[in-house]
Design a binder for this molecule. Structure first.
Ligand code: ADP
Ligand code: MG
Ligand code: MG
Length: 887
């Protein structure tokens, strides 16, 4: 097949083949915008090169043919001694990878053609400076000459002329710098700088292909979840020059503000400069509005081109442009990256402007972005200067006292102080310190480092890879290159959403979006972001087929979930109700000497649980409340084995035996399990300890009867955890139904109560059809289902194994963060299909943490679930994602 395509041949649909940059250059060419002519070498050529280490057969001829056409179109020849054509060689894969790969400008300049450029342009300085740029860029990116050596080669001239940048040198000095650069290349590249322009091009193309595989490009792709085998395209384009005097320049522009979403163009312009200079920040840019004064005609043309692009792409575009002697050229465009706030605002603006539909607007925002908008954040214009920047690894805004190890973090936390743990990198030993901290700051590692993975798992703010900060854990201080210091105990502020570290305390403000959900409806009138979020959420609600419930164990959580839009409680855990004082009761229950004792304890628990359930049912009037019967392994309630052993041993040694401790020890030893998570828990508890589930069912039924009698509509559901087979559920179901009938008889009316199974053991998914015979509903417990399917103990592996697994690419994202569709997802699909065969009226939901994860929600919608259940704060995220999954 062909490998090379003229800009005039392609379109924006062809990003796979032409890369994003090439596809958009083609699209702009078709739109008639002023794009310098050129052609794209397709990603297929890169893939062939990466496989064989050589350019595919025929590619050389194709390039030569397209080059001839380009020369004809431009009326100039590459390497010409009187009026040479210069070209740029630009990388660009399907997904943008900013700063990761190479671009080389001014190819075609040689010892001979540089004179041609000087003569034809009448500008020696310009010609030699272009050659100097080429030599430097080429040596660094194609010939792998270290940058320091190249800097050294030109710095002799700086010193002589007392200047700081090469542009300030006179032409003759730049010419001498070029000689020095060529010498440096010959000394260190093992070959001279190629004087044949075609060889320059050939080596440059190979270098761009190779740049796809550099370690930093690989790392970036892993972090951004971009597949490794796509390859990059290469765009060859006629050079235009922004560095030809004050009537030339270069800039970047956005059709709206990508930070705030504010309408109106936005950008920077740099007079008498080439593209690279804007990014390099060597000179100060001016706002785009100034261009209207400098060159009103080009400014007008640019504005027109921007509006053409925005209407054509129907989205925020960002643009690179260059003006050569008052003539405008567009060098690149793409749909621009933006902040979460801008994404929501712009999507709704475009709807209002009639450019897109509400369905499309919904697809332009993500649940992850909405999640970001719900974190508290640092106040705008707080005026605190940045200390350093790193990788935004886990969002949020955290302020605390710097602690340089886990022990210090725990000590500070014990004093009631908020803590920021500062480490070079973290490892499993740092876990207690991470738990004690509000935020985590590391100087090494990226989004898959231990610190990042664990922080996200714990919901802690984290900035990692702050390379400009060096940490001295012994001296307990960190220092920036500029000499700013953080000592242990100093206040620091960490912005995990933006990846920024500030010294001292930056004021934190609540998210306006959360304030709105919590009842501040006045924000609808004053805050465009709140209005945009509200509008898109309403549309998502209208579209989605997936219900959204919340996991909530307390009336306060239930009420918040309701305000955030939950349509029920999908998981009310009862074990939280056994903490504190009530823990003793469970201990007594488990260790009871006889059934009379046991009955007495159960009676006490019944009273307490009834009151708990009544409050939650009231808070969720009219909506379903799914109560999960007690689940955790018993050892969590029992006194510590070691403590007891010590008590008993001390008693015996001091001849003051402690009979109570001895009795307890015997009981705890009897109950001891080596793998409690695989032992006596869930439905097994209900079967082994008589009366426990019956007590809980009675508490639910009596609470339901009581609240119904108050005139409130209630919909209780009883969920049996850890079921593996139908027989278990049947046994428990009969017991519960007996209790329900008994309560109905006493209270004068049956409150309809559905009974269902949690599907969280692989055996349950495999036996779903039969389990469904005895179940009114299924709810996938995907945390346990993931643990048991992968045989991963979550508490252990997240810190010890996952960072390495993520680094090695064994998985792109933790299966506890996003559902493993290939494995665990197959069990889910199987259980849905077979469950519905067993019981066509079966209602199916999910209550694991995946219920609030955007990627997993899309899967659950597609797998045909009826609802997802997630923590109250994730409810709006889930509503939005469920809506997106439905359009
Ligand atoms: P990146 O993907 O890193 O932005 P680009 O390929 O866009 O790299 O090129 C880097 C800079 O060089 C940009 O500012 C671009 O506008 C400029 N540039 C690229 N090709 C040309 C050209 N043919 N003429 C003038 N400037 C160019
Ligand atoms: Mg660019
Ligand atoms: Mg579970």
């Amino acid at each position: 097949g062909r490998y090379v395509f003229d800009f005039a041949e392609g379109s924006m649909e062809q990003k796979d083949l032409l890369g994003g940059k090439g596809a958009n250059l083609a699209e702009m060419t078709r739109l008639g915008l002023p794009v310098p002519p050129g052609f794209t070498i397709a990603t297929t050529a890169c893939r062939a090169y990466l496989e064989t280490g050589d350019l595919p057969a025929g590619l050389g001829d194709e390039i030569a043919a397209h080059l001839r056409e380009l020369e004809q179109a431009m009326g100039r020849r590459l390497g010409d001694a009187t009026d040479p054509l210069l070209i740029s060689v630009r990388s660009g894969g399907k997904f943008s990878m900013p700063g990761m790969m190479e671009t080389i400008l001014d190819i075609g300049l040689t010892d001979e053609s540089v004179h041609g450029l000087a003569k034809h342009s009448g500008d020696d300085h310009f010609a030699w400076d272009s050659y100097r740029r080429l030599l430097q860029m080429y040596a660094r990116t194609v010939l792998d000459v270290p940058d320091e050596l190249l800097q050294a080669a030109v710095s002799t001239e700086y010193a002589e002329w007392g200047v700081a940048t090469p542009e300030e040198l006179p032409a003759a000095a730049i010419e001498r710098a070029c000689v020095a650069l060529k010498q440096t290349i010959a000394d260190h590249a093992g070959r001279p700088f190629p004087q044949d322009p075609l060889e320059q091009l050939d080596l440059a193309v190979r270098a761009v292909f190779r740049s796809w595989s550099t370690p930093r490009a690989r790392l970036y792709r892993r972090q951004e979840q971009i597949p490794d085998d796509l390859g990059t395209a290469v765009n060859v384009m006629a050079m235009v020059f922004g560095n030809r005097g004050p009537d030339s320049g270069t800039g970047v522009a956005f059709t709206r503000d990508p930070a705030s979403g504010e309408p109106g163009v936005y950008g920077d312009y740099l007079q008498d400069a080439q593209g690279e200079d804007v990014v390099a920040g060597v000179r100060n840019t001016v706002p785009l509005a100034r261009l209207a004064e400098i060159d009103p005609v080009s400014h007008d043309r640019l504005r027109t081109a921007m509006s053409t692009l925005e209407r054509h792409y129907r989205d925020l575009c960002d643009i690179e442009f260059t003006i050569e002697r008052c003539r405008l050229w567009i060098l690149q465009t793409r749909v621009g990256k933006r902040t979460a706030e801008a994404a929501f605002r712009i999507a709704v603006q475009l709807v209002d402007e009639g450019l897109i539909t509400l369905d499309e607007a919904l697809l332009r925002v993500t649940g992850a972005q909405l999640g970001q908008l719900m974190f508290p954040r640092f106040a705008e214009r707080h005026g605190v200067p940045e200390l350093a920047r790193g990788v935004a690894a886990s969002p949020g805004a955290a302020v605390g006292y710097a602690a340089f190890d886990s022990a210090a973090a725990q000590r500070f936390a014990a004093d009631g102080r908020r803590v920021i743990l500062v480490r070079r990198e973290t490892n499993p030993d740092d876990l207690p310190g991470m738990l004690a901290s509000a935020g985590i700051l590391t100087t090494r590692g990226g989004k898959t480092s231990h610190a990042a993975v664990v922080a996200r798992g714990l919901g802690k703010t984290c900035v990692c890879g702050v390379e400009t900060l060096s940490v001295d854990p012994v001296a307990r201080r960190a220092e920036t290159a500029a000499g700013a210091v953080i000592e242990e105990g100093d206040l620091v502020s960490v912005d995990g959403t933006a990846g920024i570290v500030y010294p001292g305390e930056v004021p934190v403000v609540a998210s306006p979006v959360v304030e709105y959900f919590d009842g501040r409806t006045d924000l609808l009138d004053t805050d465009e972001l709140v209005r945009a979020v509200d509008r898109l959420l309403r549309h998502a609600d209208a579209r989605r087929r997936l219900g959204v419930h919340a996991n909530a164990d307390t009336p306060a959580d239930a009420a918040r979930a309701r305000r955030f839009g939950a349509e029920g409680i999908g998981l009310c855990r009862t074990e939280h109700m056994f903490l504190g004082q009530r823990r003793q009761l469970v201990e007594r229950l488990v260790l009871a000497a006889n059934s009379a004792d046991q009955q007495a304890v159960l009676e006490e628990l019944l009273q307490l649980q009834r009151a708990d359930f009544a409050m939650i049912l009231r808070a969720m009037a009219g909506l379903p409340v799914t109560v999960r019967l007690i689940d955790p392994p018993l050892h969590e309630f029992l006194p510590d084995l070691t403590d007891l052993s010590v008590r008993v041993a001390v008693g015996q040694a001091t001849a003051t035996p402690d009979p109570e401790a001895e009795r307890l020890l015997a009981a705890v030893q009897r109950m001891h399990e080596s793998n409690p998570m695989l032992g006596l828990r869930g439905v097994r508890l209900g079967i082994v300890i008589p009366g426990l589930f019956a007590m809980q069912a009675r508490a639910i039924a009596e609470a339901a009867a009581e609240v119904t009698a108050e005139g409130t509509d209630v919909h209780p559901e009883i969920m049996v955890p850890l079921v593996a087979g139908e027989a278990e559920l049947q046994l428990v179901r009969r017991e519960i139904e007996g209790v329900l009938a008994d309560v109905a008889a006493r209270t004068g009316g049956l409150v309809p109560t559905r009974i269902g199974a949690m599907i969280e053991v692989p055996r349950a998914a495999l036996g779903a059809e039969r389990i469904a015979h005895s179940a009114d509903f299924f709810s996938f417990g995907t945390n346990d289902l993931t643990q048991l399917t992968w045989a991963f103990s979550r508490d252990d592996v997240e810190a010890s194994i996952f960072p390495r697994y993520l680094d090695a690419g064994i998985f792109a994202v933790s299966p506890f963060e996003s559902l493993d569709v290939e494995g665990v997802g197959r069990l889910v699909r199987l259980a849905v299909t077979e469950g519905r065969t067993g019981n066509p009226d079966l209602v199916i939901g999910v209550c694991g943490e995946h219920g609030g994860d955007p990627a997993s929600i899309a899967f659950f919608a597609e797998a045909g679930l009826d609802y997802v259940s997630c923590s109250p704060y994730r409810v709006p995220v889930a509503r939005l994602e469920a809506g997106r999954a439905a359009v």
